[in-house]
Design a protein around this ligand. Sequence first.
Ligand SMILES: [Zn+2]
Length: 63
Amino acid sequence: MTDLSYLDGNMLDGPLREVFAVDLSATTGRCDTCGMTGPMAGLHVYSHAPGLVGRCPACSGVM
Ligand SMILES: [Zn+2]
């Protein structure tokens, strides 16, 4: 991936609030590609994709 213009996972708070009634910003997830675990706020979010795409900060796998 050559374009490194991403936002941190905290920017997902607003869009996810439209779908979920609970705050998911502190939720821990696990990457299926590399197995890294971490908070959703640590994801790299690409907003110039179709919609918002959250990627693992370690391997860039789509979460
Ligand atoms: Zn990963």
